[in-house]
Design a protein around this ligand. Sequence first.
Ligand SMILES: *[C@@H]1O[C@H](CO)[C@@H](O)[C@H](O)[C@H]1NC(C)=O
Ligand SMILES: *[C@@H]1O[C@H](CO)[C@@H](O)[C@H](O)[C@H]1NC(C)=O
Length: 237
Amino acid sequence: MSVTLPSIVLVPGAWTAPKAYHKLIGALEAKTFKAVREVVQPLVDAGQEVIMLMNSYGGIAGTSGIRNLTRKDRQARNLPGGAVSLIYMAGFMLSEGQTIRTVVQAVNLPGRSSLVKFSSDNSTWFPIDPIWLLYHDLSPEDQEEQVKLLKWGNAAILTGQTTYAAWKDIPTLYVRSLKNRWLPPQFQDFCLQNAADATAPVSVAALDSGHSPYVNFAAELAQSTFEAAIDARAHLS
Ligand SMILES: *[C@@H]1O[C@H](CO)[C@@H](O)[C@H](O)[C@H]1NC(C)=O
Ligand SMILES: *[C@@H]1O[C@H](CO)[C@@H](O)[C@H](O)[C@H]1NC(C)=O
C-alpha cells in the first residue's frame, strides 16, 4: 500500500499566472500528514498491523501522520491493529518540532544551497542535477526511469515541523545510506543522535547506497521489512 496520491493538474484561468495558486498548492501539500493517516486509519481499524517504510521527507510525514495509531496506543484503548514497526530508508528521523531546515542548519555542510533551485516565488523546488544528487549509484536505465518520475516539490516541507516522533514508541530500523549525497551520513548521524538523546531503541543497518536504495537495494530492503514483520509478530503473540 502506498500513500502516493494521484498527480494533480491545476489548470490556471485566462489571466492568472500559475504561481498565483501557491496558497492552494501549499494547502494541498499540507494534506500529506492527513493522506498518511487516511491510508493507515482504515487498515488499523480492520485489525491490521502496519509497518511504515519511509524515504526522505516521508520520515517526517510518515510518523507525524500516525499519532494515536500505534499498536500501543490502540491496545490501551482496546482497539485492534496499529502501527508496529518503522523502517527509515534514507529518511529523516526527527523529534517533535524539528524540520528539515533544523538538520541543514545544525549540520551546516558547505555547498548545500547549490544543490537545488527554487521557483521565482520560492514555493517550489527541484534538484539542479538529480542524477548526481539522488541517482549517482544507479544504472543508466534506472537513472533515466527515476528522473522521468521526478516532479517539482513543495518547498514548505523544508520548514514543516515533525508533530509526532513515533520512533520513540515503536520498534524502529534506521537504514543508513552510506553514499547518500542529499541526506548525507552527517544528517543521518543527526537523526541517530535524536534516538540516542531519547534513549529510543532504534536498530541501525547500513547499505552502500545513495538516496534511492529502493531501486538498487530493493531485495535487501524487502528482506529487512520481512524481518521487521516477523519480529513484530513475535512481540505481539
Ligand atoms: C490523539 O489522542 C489525544 C488524546 O486522546 C487527542 O487529544 C488527540 O487529538 C489525538 N490526536 C489525533 C491526531 O488523533
Ligand atoms: C526567495 O528566496 C531568496 C533566498 O532566500 C530571496 O533572496 C528572495 O527574495 C526570495 N524571493 C521571494 C519572491 O520571496
